[in-house]
Design a binder for this molecule. Structure first.
Ligand SMILES: Nc1ncnc2c1ncn2[C@@H]1O[C@H](COP(=O)(O)OP(=O)(O)OP(=O)(O)O)[C@@H](O)[C@H]1O
Ligand SMILES: [Mg+2]
Length: 259
């Protein structure tokens, strides 16, 4: 289970960043008091526009960023004071490809498996299963630098699952993938959910959120503006589908800020 309580993340900006983003203030509030719980056996989605704070939230859960205030717990372990325990439990996929260009998918998979302390025979077994499922076997011995964006994404997904993590955190899991591979990924996430894992994803694709997520938090400008099942969010906003509901929420919350 993932429990987020009043999470705030403020980035300190360099002079260069301030100039680039035309900001007068040296800080950017990326996440502003977000709380939610994502349970085992569900796919929880963070839905929001560009810059809403989704990646920042997922990075705080993954121990890569320290919250400015508030707490994040993964299976009761605190991501700041018990980060090592948390890291053993999570599989994190980010769309900033983190595979080393000079190595092969096979090498990377085995390397991360060993790093997580997975026995060699189990690594081999999981590699066969995941590489076969995601269609990686045919390019498992090619250098990462020679792979296409989609191939790299598939390899990253497999590598992030090497240790069979209890909690799967995927930042925009289908970005850059064709519809066939995207479907394989979403089907795999459902399989993980059905096996009792906690899955949390970020997306700005309404149809993906609608089809895949058991519950959602809608994030706008670093704040949670709605939470619930797709049906609950539709009912609370009067939207006929998720896209309509999202626009109702967006209008309410963005206009408020301008006033
Ligand atoms: N390292 C950083 N330093 C300064 N500001 C940052 C940094 N990372 C993100 N931000 C800012 O924080 C805000 C939230 O960014 P974040 O990447 O969490 O959004 P997001 O919801 O994932 O957006 P997207 O859909 O575009 O991926 C944005 O305004 C962004 O410019
Ligand atoms: Mg993002």
């Amino acid at each position: 289970m993932i429990e987020i309580d009043n999470l705030v993340k403020i980035y300190k900006l360099s002079k260069k960043q301030m100039a680039k983003e035309k900001l007068k203030e040296g800080r950017k509030v990326a996440v502003n008091g977000v709380s939610f719980k994502a349970e085992k056996g569900e796919i929880f989605g963070l839905l929001g526009p560009n810059g809403a704070g989704k990646t920042t939230t997922l990075r705080c859960i993954s121990t890569l960023l320290k919250p400015t205030s508030g707490t994040v717990k993964v299976d009761s372990y605190d991501t700041v004071t018990q980060s090592r325990e948390v890291r053993g439990k999570i599989g994190f996929l980010t769309n900033e490809i983190n595979l080393d260009p000079q190595f092969t998918p096979k090498y990377m998979f085995d390397f991360f498996g060993k790093m997580h302390g997975v026995p060699e025979d189990v690594i081999e077994e999981r590699r066969k299963e995941l590489f076969d499922y995601f269609g990686i076997t045919s390019f498992e011995d090619k250098k990462v630098s020679e792979l296409s964006t989609g191939m790299k994404q598939k390899a990253s997904i497999a590598v992030s699952l090497v240790h069979d993590p209890e909690i799967v955190i995927f930042d925009e899991p289908t970005s850059g993938l064709d519809i066939i591979t995207a479907r394989q990924v979403t089907d795999y996430l459902k399989k993980l959910r059905d096996n009792g894992k906690s899955v949390i994803i970020s997306t700005h694709i309404m149809s993906e959120a609608e089809k895949l997520c058991d519950r959602l938090a809608v994030i706008i400008n670093g704040q949670k503006v709605a939470e619930g099942t797709v049906e609950e969010i539709k009912a609370s906003t009067g939207g006929s589908d998720l896209e309509e509901a999202f626009f109702v929420l967006y209008k309410e919350n963005v206009t408020e800020e301008v006033q």
